[in-house]
Ligand binder design. Structure first.
Ligand code: SF4
Length: 512
């Protein structure tokens, strides 16, 4: 079992730090489709840079290393209990080594277990089969995209598309709607797995199962193959683009599976996965526990270092480029407009769900006047001298803070928030009234942003757990895009509106 534990550790580290070849090819293809100089092209260049850095540093591609989910097929007679224990030990070790973020939280007390273990975590599903080797597949799917999963119960009425009935055309409408509703919040461009049929839980399982298929495979069911092709072509007409910045590529892959259902139920379940599509697999010897073969290795590997050389010669991004030194004044912030690219130097403070809730009725531990709050739950490691180091630090989904953000900005005089996916009407109104700005960083670019952090100057609320603590970070050249300004403009609102219009153009039945 010692060797099996080592094999599982290798699988976890490789999955967290290196994107599989099929996913890399899909991202490189998307990059080619975007016009140089656009915001989408800039976002994809940052993503490429991030993938390259994660490769080189053997560090997590994204700071949210997700829910570790193992699907394991074993020959008859293999001891599954021992395998489970070995996986648990490998998970705890990978967390200790900073390859996984401590992501397992007690749902009632909010306490983080600190080692990625807990009730139901990790998810391990065993199946027996006739073959003589063990097949282990692992997916690390983050919370931002998990929150954009959606399930439809047919028949239903869909925004922009009208009635979705219990037929192939109704299914088509649900899938298009699933892509639309995700906007940029699940770190588009994304991959979707779709499960048709089953009950509520098996439908979602089937949808997730599709994410284990290779991006390049061809569905053996001719009807579903056609539907997958149709979705790929038409979802990319919605114009949501990378990070919801607008652009040519919204969807990088679509895989659809089907199962029987109850006569009274007709579910279409959609699992949305961000561009940081971390899933890998290995074949393991049941005798020795050693890895015999790595899966998902077919085809060409994209060298993002070369891609980046080409990008370095391309035109600069659209919009003004502005250097900001934090803390910020109201005057500086009011000059910023949607589309501006900002490069930030100075301090920023992380804050996400627990801190926003806490600050509503408590004082802040430091003076936040003029400061920048970064929606981020980083991967941190403490060295033997007690100093903290940032291992991964991309933005988290901002919309979760919508109930609190405006009030907190006004209460403490905060001038800017950085996150991803945008915020809603309440925050937009507060930015206008108070003189604030929302900056969209590139979701998942955890290595790229970790590199911008030059020192960790303190931490508060460590009792909330590493991802939820308030980290005091000194940054240099931290790049983000203004997507909501103090003049009432929101790029997110604009993209949502125009994508709804485009969605409505796909209303007419295609499959009868
Ligand atoms: S890329 Fe975005 S959605 Fe995906 S895990 Fe990272 S933060 Fe979450």
């Amino acid at each position: 079992m010692e060797k099996f534990q080592e094999s599982m550790y290798q699988l976890i580290v490789e999955t967290s730090t290196k994107l599989p070849k099929d996913v890399r090819r899909a991202i490189a293809k998307a990059k080619l489709r975007e016009n140089a100089g656009t915001r989408a092209a800039m976002a994809l260049t940052t993503i490429a840079e991030n993938i390259q850095m994660a490769d080189e540093n053997v560090s997590p591609i994204c700071q949210d290393t997700g829910m570790p989910t193992f699907k394991i097929k074993v020959p008859v007679g293999v001891n599954q209990l021992k395998m489970k224990e070995a996986i648990h030990r490998a998970i705890a070790q990978a967390t200790k080594d900073g390859k996984l973020r401590p992501n397992s939280v007690d749902s009632l007390t909010g306490e983080n277990s600190g080692n990625n273990l807990g009730d139901g975590v990790p998810v391990i599903k065993f199946e027996q089969w006739e073959k003589d080797y063990i097949d282990v597949r692992l997916i690390l799917k983050g919370g931002g995209c998990e929150n954009k999963n959606i399930q439809y119960s047919l028949p239903c009425e869909l925004e922009g598309l009208g009635r979705a009935g219990r037929d192939l055309d109704g299914i088509r409408k649900c899938i298009l709607h699933a892509v639309y509703q995700a906007q940029g919040q699940g770190c588009s461009a994304g991959f979707i797995g779709v499960g048709i049929g089953g009950d509520r839980s098996s439908g979602y399982e089937l949808a997730k199962e599709q994410l284990f298929r290779s991006v390049d495979d061809v569905n053996p069911n001719e009807e579903l193959r056609k539907l997958e092709d149709y979705i790929m072509e038409n979802a990319n007409k919605l114009g949501i683009g990378t990070m919801g910045f607008g652009g040519e590529t919204t969807l990088l892959g679509c895989k659809i599976g089907v199962m029987h259902r109850l006569p009274a139920s007709f579910f279409v379940s959609v699992a949305y996965n961000c561009w940081a599509f971390r899933r890998l697999g290995v074949k393991v010897s049941p005798e020795t526990g050693e890895i015999q073969e790595w899966l998902y290795q077919e085809g060409e590997n994209v060298d993002f270092a070369k891609e980046l050389e080409k990008a370095a010669q391309s035109v600069p991004a659209e919009g003004r480029e502005i250097v900001l030194e934090a803390p910020l004044t109201e005057e500086q912030v009011r000059q910023l407009k949607v589309g501006d690219v900002v490069r930030i130097n100075g301090m920023m403070y992380t804050g996400r769900d627990a801190i926003h809730k806490h600050l509503m009725d408590h004082d802040a531990p430091i003076d936040l006047n003029g400061q920048i709050i970064y929606h981020c739950g980083p991967v941190m490691l403490k060295d033997e001298n007690g100093n903290w180091h940032v291992k991964a630090a991309g933005p988290t989904t901002s919309i979760r803070e919508e109930p609190y953000q405006g009030e907190i900005m006004k209460k403490f005089g905060i001038r800017a928030v950085i996150g991803k996916g945008g915020m809603g009407a309440k925050t937009l109104a507060a930015l206008k009234e108070h003189g604030g700005v929302y900056l969209n960083a590139i979701g998942g670019a955890a290595q790229y942003y970790a590199d911008c952090i030059k020192s960790v100057e303190g931490v508060d609320f460590l009792e909330f757990g590493i991802p939820e603590a308030m980290w005091h970070l000194r940054v240099e050249n931290f790049t983000a895009v203004v997507t909501m300004d103090s003049h009432g403009n929101s790029l997110h609102e604009d993209v949502e509106k125009s994508s709804l219009e485009k969605l409505a153009q796909l209303k007419e039945p295609v499959f009868k």
